[in-house]
Design a binder for this molecule. Structure first.
Ligand code: BGC
Length: 385
């Protein structure tokens, strides 16, 4: 396993303990000890999902008391499903994912994965730190995308389920100095927690031993109907962002452009499909969140009236990439064999702005030795009857 995680392997599927019974007959007291096996008190199941490059891959199921279940694998620290009730008493999965590791090995476009070391694009795969220029893979035309050829989405993380009674699992990965061209040994931890309030909390942590750039996100694709055959164009979206970053070939030009009145204006709720034809290629843009604090703040709401599901997005990040599944083209199918077509799902990727290492006016993504990278995002599911 990658990384030095002392707790790894301590997970128990069941706990064996001794039960003591005191039997009293007349004046005699007999103490009887029996070995019993009890289920652990936390709501985590662990399934062996196979082996990749000689390392074990697992699927962890986090379940809460209202019947939500989130599954996460240590391959790419990836969310593979989120099964939730709907307003009619049904249950379905609201994120794109597969039921076995083979689906992921076929390289889907980052379904549910943790993205790093740098989410989204770095222009021409080049950036400068101090006197040093670094080159990272140009795997998206002439630009770098989502950490390169083998980003954090394609590596095996070390997983440690919580032992404090919460439905939570932490994934840990050591990205070595020079991996994919990035400087510094970067120790990363991502914790997924499902609460009884139907919140999926994702906490990110990183430390480096040499100045580097870091921008981590999760690439879940949501379809709140639970059916990929039904596009997300009818979902209603609200984003608390007064500005967005206009792009050319996916690279911001440095401007923060006011959304007022145009197709990027989601200050009031609009369906995604309402104005998408006015956006060349569909939505694939970073929104500059209008924040009131540095803490976890509600920044977007996605709703589907048919299922009654509303997804609230909270983050500590300054930006969110709205990607309306424009490049999905039916070449991937769900585990039930349904084609995943254009606009079958939508990503709400909380992060720093694209190409920040080359854009001095954007919030910085530089991490120095001794500093802590700490961000959090929370997706909360509300079911409106
Ligand atoms: C990017 C898109 C890209 C998609 C899948 C998104 O985060 O902004 O341009 O196609 O990820 O790779």
């Amino acid at each position: 396993m990658n990384g030095d995680w002392p707790g790894y392997g301590l997970y128990h599927d069941k706990i064996t303990t001794m039960s003591t019974t005191i039997l009293t007959t007349g004046d005699d007291t007999v103490e009887k000890k029996t070995e019993v096996t009890i289920a652990p008190h936390y709501k985590i199941d662990k399934l062996d999902w196979g082996e990749i490059e000689g390392q074990r891959v697992f699927l962890f199921s986090l379940t809460n008391k209202s019947g939500h279940q989130v599954t996460v694998t240590n391959y790419g620290a990836t969310i593979t499903s989120w099964v939730t009730p709907d307003k009619l008493g049904g249950k379905s999965n609201i994120v794109l994912g597969f039921e076995s590791i083979d689906g992921y090995l076929a390289r889907p476009p980052y379904f549910g994965a943790t993205i790093g070391r740098y989410s989204n694009r770095i222009a021409k795969g080049r950036f400068v730190i101090g006197n040093d220029t670094y080159s990272v893979a140009t795997n998206n035309g002439e630009n770098h995308l989502h950490g390169g050829n083998k980003g954090f989405d394609k590596v095996i993380w070390c997983a440690k389920p919580s032992d404090d009674g919460s439905a939570s699992v932490t994934m840990n990965y050591l990205s070595k100095d020079g991996e994919e061209g990035y400087p510094g040994n970067l120790q990363v931890a991502v914790t997924f927690t499902l609460t009884d309030d139907n919140e999926l909390l994702i906490g990110y942590y990183a430390e480096t031993d040499k100045a580097t750039v870091v921008n981590l996100t999760n690439h879940s694709y949501f379809n709140l109907t639970g059916d990929v055959a039904s596009s997300i164009l009818d979902h209603t979206l609200q984003i608390y962002a007064d500005n967005y970053t206009p792009v050319e070939n996916g690279i911001p030009n440095g401007e923060l452009k006011n959304v007022a009145g145009g197709p990027f204006d989601f200050l009031q709720p609009h369906t995604i499909g309402e104005r998408i034809s006015r956006v060349d290629g569909g939505y694939d843009h970073n929104f500059v969140l209008t924040r009131k604090s540095n803490g976890l703040e509600l920044i977007a709401t996605l709703a589907d009236s048919v299922s009654g599901r509303t997804l609230e997005v909270y983050t500590t990040e300054p930006g969110m990439q709205l990607y309306s599944g424009n490049f999905l083209d039916g070449s991937f199918k769900t585990s039930e064999g349904k084609s995943i077509n254009k606009h079958a799902a939508i990503c709400l990727e909380t992060q720093h702005f694209p190409d920040s290492p080359n854009q001095p006016s954007f919030p910085a993504t530089l991490l120095q030795p001794g500093e802590k990278y700490e961000t959090a995002t929370k997706y909360r599911l509300v079911i409106n009857k």
